[in-house]
Design a protein around this ligand. Sequence first.
Ligand code: FEO
Length: 168
Amino acid sequence: MLNEKMKNALNKQINEEIYSAYLYLSMSAYFESTGLKGFANWMMVQYKEEMDHAMKFYRYLLSRGAEVKLLAIKEPPNKWKSPLHVFEETLKHEQYITKCINELVDIAEEVKDRATYNFLQWFIDEQVEEEENDREIIDKLKLIEGSKHGIFMLDKDLGQRQYVPETE
Ligand code: FEO
């Protein structure tokens, strides 16, 4: 049986991951509306990955015989000042998600739930990668300093990102 505190925290994380997906879908729409289809593609891939993350928690809860309880998803913003602003907000959000994952690990340790502790290791690694990706794009955007040619080239580059479905 999954500990009650652990179960509630994992259910809350489904919500955090779906909100992440919602936020990135909103960012994708923003980019598309400003003509940056490559940036929009990058965010659309991110949206799909976040839904995969949510489903990992969803499936894990069910595999432990625990109840899945879906919570209300809050409304994400839909306007930003610039591509740099979008990615600064993305990094801030991912740093928050990293904090959430670390708190889940703390609970798993506290209640001595080794299976959940193991399950969470994938997310620990994933968060390192996500924050690194965001930082890389922020660095590029800072180098470009709003130059139209630079944004055009980066848009082409971000348009190459492809969604790879999770295999479980
Ligand atoms: Fe699912 Fe981007 O954290």
